[in-house]
Design a protein around this ligand. Structure first.
Ligand SMILES: Nc1nc2c(ncn2[C@@H]2O[C@H](COP(=O)(O)OP(=O)(O)OP(=O)(O)O)[C@@H](O)[C@H]2O)c(=O)[nH]1
Ligand SMILES: [Mg+2]
Length: 299
């Protein structure tokens, strides 16, 4: 299954507590405070791994807890800083706070990082609380709690080519013959429920990603059918292959289909209309009383 949205719980580590301690040395009475600072708690950091294409890994693990920082020690020794938890995500992942729906960050470039839960600061030890009035402070700070929240990761498929069109026009069929992907293909509408990705390998060794999207119907931009949640994938594809079915038996006009889909794009986001697109006539093998191809040709 193609996972394009997942909510995970991230809990950073608490900072270590500061220490109250005093120097105890032979022949040095009243050696003064010596309690060290607590170490910082571990943070949860997301980073872009260019080799990843899905959020699949998050299906199995959805809770991440970083360790607490070590408490401060005597002899002005710092507590140990806890290690961060680093989680790889694919390029194109947008991160939201699951409760407020505010965008925390957009991870687009390889190596880019985003801290989603900051580890608590370590508390200061009593060495920091010396004053002329109080040369032997018995106080130290506690470490701060680590940030704890739920974040939603959303992946807009970074496909080079997006296949769009009405249901059953043959999008999955095309993907299945030019890539090694094995999407479900059937003679009923809405066979494809979530996008399928495939890699097209060219003879010169280069490759590109093709995505087969669920069929669009009238009203898709307003949530009719399955289309709406997937229109956002089209926003980022470099080229749109717009498949239009020529089967005269389907009861529709190819040119009307074409305009209907374009209209849905425009209603959803004008920018999609500016994307380069190629129109692909499918099912030309189907014979019938009329053949819509001439009407589809640019005049
Ligand atoms: N005759 C003919 N049939 C085709 C062609 N391409 C696909 N089909 C058939 O059309 C039906 C639908 O094909 P799919 O590839 O599942 O269509 P889709 O666009 O992915 O459909 P949804 O996932 O429902 O949106 C299947 O029965 C295919 O075998 C074609 O070029 N010619
Ligand atoms: Mg399909």
């Amino acid at each position: 299954m193609f996972v394009d949205q997942v909510t995970v719980e991230v809990e950073a580590g608490k900072g270590g507590d500061g220490m109250v301690a005093f120097r105890h040395e032979k022949f040095v009475p009243f050696g003064g405070p010596a309690g060290g600072d607590g170490g910082h708690g571990g943070s949860i950091v997301l980073y872009v791994d260019p080799g990843l294409r899905t959020l699949m890994d998050f299906r199995y693990q959805r809770h991440f807890h970083a360790k607490a920082g070590g408490n401060g020690l005597g002899k002005q020794m710092y507590g140990r800083k806890a290690e961060d938890i680093r989680l790889a995500v694919p390029a194109g992942t947008t991160v939201y706070d699951a409760d407020t729906h505010q965008v925390i960050g957009d991870l687009t470039k390889p190596g880019q990082e985003l801290t989603v839960a900051r580890g608590g600061r370590g508390g200061r030890g009593n060495v920091h609380f010396v004053s002329p009035k109080n040369t032997a402070p018995e106080i130290a700070e506690n470490g701060e709690p680590g940030q704890h929240r739920f974040v939603t990761l959303e992946l807009k498929v970074l496909a080079d080519v997006g296949l769009v069109g009405f249901p059953s026009v043959g999008k999955s069929t095309l993907l299945s013959v030019v890539t090694s992907a094995k999407p479900k293909i059937a003679a009923y509408q809405f066979t494809t429920l979530t996008p399928n990705l495939g890699m097209v390998q060219l003879d010169d060794g280069s490759d590109f990603v093709m995505a087969d999207l669920p069929g669009l119907i009238e009203g898709a931009s307003n949530g009719v059918g399955l289309g709406f949640q997937f229109l956002r994938h089209v926003e980022r594809t470099r080229v749109i292959l717009h498949l239009v079915e020529m089967d005269p038996e389907n009861g529709r006009e190819p040119l009307d289909d074409y305009h209907q889909i374009r209209k849905e794009f425009g209603t959803y986001d004008d920018n999609i209309l500016k994307r380069p697109q190629l129109v692909v006539a499918t099912k030309l093998t189907c014979q019938g009383p009329r053949n819509g191809l001439p009407t589809l040709r640019p005049r």
